[in-house]
Design a protein around this ligand. Structure first.
Ligand SMILES: Cc1cc2nc3c(=O)[nH]c(=O)nc-3n(C[C@H](O)[C@H](O)[C@H](O)COP(=O)(O)O)c2cc1C
Length: 359
């Protein structure tokens, strides 16, 4: 225990001074109703309301047209998206907040009907996830993705780098690479979605190569102090199997540490606390933990994870969605609003910007 460190203390990550160690976890809300998948003024209000977080990480944001897997998610691949995001980052900065954009390429987890023309979802291999995906037309089975060629992998890496450059142009303080939850980067890391026999598959080195290439390209574009990554070792979401997460993530974090990324954001899988601890011990930078204990309904129990050194920062998802002033409520010991799951994805201000603050 280190009772001299608390979740409410400031912390420096890279060149940024964060007001506290409480992070708003990335949450897709499917409300980017502006033309060309642009964020709206309502989104600016939503994020500005949550600027009391030490760090806000945005909803998953596609780095390219083909990286979009859900309806009405925002992008960072066009000039109009950069301009619209600028209103969001300005609103957050005006409230004293710090905000990173989460770059999410959903890979095989998508729906051809969301994509223009005859584009269809891509993945490391032509292997469909088992299960169903949320679409405009309700739940549908996952499609069989088209296997990316070597040239397309290089283009995808370049798309991530361009999106990171766009994020900085839009006023973001940095970007988080979404390497978790069964999306493209995680698909490459896995042993079932990635059946490649070339340099991007087969061995641990092969399966981690895409993540490291994306990270290296993004670091080269915007600087390592502005780049974090989210990973979810052992998480089976979207039909992901990892035969040996301990070996895979040790190798991945070794490579990412060489690149100097500013943080690792670990979304913990239940039963993997030992892996959390060994990756935390290995990682030289800031360590953000989204604990598997799933903090609802209060989040108070998780604060001790900062004092006992399990993490440098703690991220909260659903609780931040429902409590715009979450750090104030945690400091006061509550009370807490409960999230309304019916308004998670899509819709208007209800269940979005109308959750009350304490005062
Ligand atoms: C509505 C909703 C949308 C989410 N969208 C994303 C996302 O875009 N990117 C991501 O990495 N995680 C996403 N998550 C996962 C959260 O970041 C978080 O890891 C998860 O909710 C568990 O933490 P919690 O118990 O504090 O909510 C989402 C969660 C929720 C509830």
């Amino acid at each position: 225990m280190n009772p001299t460190v608390s979740a409410f203390d400031p912390v420096r990550i890279g060149g940024l001074e964060l007001a506290n160690r409480i992070v708003m976890a990335p949450m897709t809300r499917s409300r980017a109703y502006g033309p060309g998948q642009t964020p709206t003024d309502l989104m600016a209000t939503y994020y500005a309301q949550r600027a009391g977080a030490g760090l806000i990480i945005t909803e998953g944001t596609q780095p390219s047209v083909i990286g979009q897997g859900y309806p009405d998610t925002p992008g960072l691949h066009s000039a109009e998206q950069v301009e619209a995001w600028r209103r969001v980052t300005d609103a957050v900065h005006a409230e004293g907040g710090v905000i990173f954009a989460q770059l999410m390429h959903t890979g095989r987890t998508g729906d051809p009907e969301l994509l223009p023309g005859d584009l269809s979802p891509v993945g490391p291999s032509a292997v469909a996830a088992e299960g169903q995906i949320y679409t405009h037309a309700g739940m549908k089975p996952f499609p069989v993705p088209r296997e990316l060629t070597a040239d397309e992998i290089a283009q995808t890496v370049a798309d991530f780098a361009a999106a990171a450059r766009n994020a900085i142009a839009a006023g973001f303080d940095g970007v988080e690479l979404h390497g978790a939850n069964g999306y493209l980067i995680h698909q490459f890391l896995s042993t079932n979605a990635n059946r490649r026999t070339d340099g991007w598959g087969g061995t641990v080195e092969g399966r981690t190569r895409f993540a490291l290439e994306v990270a290296a390209a993004v670091v080269a574009e915007v600087g390592a102090e502005r780049v974090g990554i989210r990973v979810s070792p052992g998480n089976p979401l979207h039909d992901i199997v990892e035969d040996d997460p301990h070996t895979t993530y040790k190798a991945l974090l070794d490579g990412l540490a060489d690149l100097g990324l500013v943080y690792v954001h670990l979304m913990e899988t239940a039963g993997y606390r030992d892996l959390t601890e060994s990756l935390r011990a290995q990682w030289p930078g800031a360590f953000i933990l989204n604990p598997a204990t799933r903090p609802e309904p209060t989040g108070l129990g998780e604060l001790a994870l900062i004092e006992d050194g399990t993490a440098d920062l703690i991220s909260y998802g659903a609780l931040f969605l429902a409590n715009p002033d979450l750090p104030v409520r945690l400091a006061a010991g509550g009370p807490f609003n409960s999230p309304d799951r019916a308004t998670s994805f899509g819709g208007d201000h209800r269940g979005y910007t109308d959750y009350p603050t304490l005062n």
